[in-house]
Write a protein that binds this ligand. Sequence first.
Ligand SMILES: Cc1cc2nc3c(=O)[nH]c(=O)nc-3n(C[C@H](O)[C@H](O)[C@H](O)COP(=O)(O)OP(=O)(O)OC[C@H]3O[C@@H](n4cnc5c(N)ncnc54)[C@H](O)[C@@H]3O)c2cc1C
Length: 487
Amino acid sequence: MASSSVCNPSLPIHHHHNPSAANTTASVFAGTGGGSMVTAKKKVAVIGAGAAGLVAARELEREGHRVVVFERGEKAGGTWVYDPSTETDPLGIDPCRKVVHSSLYRSLRTNLPREIMGFLDFPFSIKEGRDLRRFPGYQEVELYLDDFAAESDVLKAIRFRTEVFHVGMMEGGKWVVKSRRDFGEDVAVDVNEIYDGVVVCSGHYAEPRIAEVPGVERWPGEQIHSHNYRIPEPFQDKVVIVIGSSESAADISREISKVAKEVHVSSRSALDRFGKKFYGHENMWLHSMIQGTHEDGTVVFQDGTSVIANVILHCTGYKYHFPFLETNGAVTVDDNRVGPLYKHVFPPSLGPWLSFVGLPWKTIPFPMMELQCKWVAGALSERIALPSEEEMMKDVEAFYSRIAAMGYPKHYTHNISGCQFEYFDWLATECGYPKGEEWRKEMYFANTRNKTENPDTYREEWEDHDLISQAHEEFSRLKQQHSVKNM
Ligand SMILES: Cc1cc2nc3c(=O)[nH]c(=O)nc-3n(C[C@H](O)[C@H](O)[C@H](O)COP(=O)(O)OP(=O)(O)OC[C@H]3O[C@@H](n4cnc5c(N)ncnc54)[C@H](O)[C@@H]3O)c2cc1C
């Protein structure tokens, strides 16, 4: 099941102005998205200054809206701002724990090649004196986002150290946003404001989801979620169970195996390889799900094998979590489905005044968020028309029925791996932009294949050299276009 995903059907395109439909290259993304046609400027609150919040601010400002970005951290970048500290509850489930936003581990390098990872009109190019690798470390992504924020001139719109603790609806369709600015030394100031629109960009990798492990209350070992994993040293000489088969599970289990006594990966997928060693790793085994745990430290897998282990590390993903949002039931989170949402962005009854950016997963996040933000910005100025509430609701219901008919659980709602490029193209068309270039799709699939076949080496060795050349040609066209514009 993990290899597939639920897909959202394409609705007919609705009437809207089409600022650059005749253009067929991605270079048009550098444009202002038809800012000259703005019909109504709005006051818009953006919650979060990660990649989503930054690109939201840029697109909203390009459209002429007045933007305030709320960010509880001290700098922009969200996930990409590494924090060596971890939460007081290593499993991340205690609601009173000290929350650490970033889930990065110290060795993290991107799992996407930089050519496709960056925003469409701001390539993630190599810069002299910086991390030149095709799959750079997290610091390089943070620097890239700093460059993006500076170039887009959005920093002035951000209120740092300011947490939004309430977003609620008011009579007349406006929104009240309550925030708390932290001045340090126990000084905080609360502010209540009214906005026309709210764009939620608060991320979804901070609220851990953990696996249910039978008997774990009596099991004497330690448990931790990957959200609180930073470095392998604490696992020296231990027997570690890693639950999950995500990208993080793959990276972390390999890293830990260098210091641990044994690593046992418990996974729902890869049925034919249960009980076998990982290729090239002498102390790493793959198992089925955990059947039970016992007081003497034993962990029994469904495949019949068992080990005495010291640690269970949950690499089991995250929950969508919007503790600040009060919509009187118009949007809920049910088994990790945020809904109802039209095309993962607008609640039919509240769009375009409330929107969510960045929810879909198993995708290329930055360009997706950029396209979503163009749509949101255009819809807020009424340059791009949304379908009626009834039509949007019908589309959502049809989408949910299809998920159910395919036998997918609700928590697959925002997994767009099987249709992400259709989704990107749908968004681009809706905003009046051309569809994405072929090399991006091909490079994504080439990388996915390489990662699956060569999980230990895909960041160092690849074969898609022709696609890299095509990417660089595209980037130089973009650069030329920028310099002509700025002359
Ligand atoms: C371990 C890991 C590895 C990843 N690797 C890659 C990769 O290689 N390539 C890739 O493209 N993507 C990767 N991703 C996905 C990554 O999350 C996205 O690239 C992107 O950073 C998401 O941006 P965002 O703005 O949606 O959320 P975030 O980056 O999480 O930003 C959300 C921001 O909102 C702020 N915030 C939240 N709530 C509030 C509030 N109430 N008030 C004020 N501020 C608030 C937070 O402080 C944060 O700054 C990875 C993710 C993880 C967890």
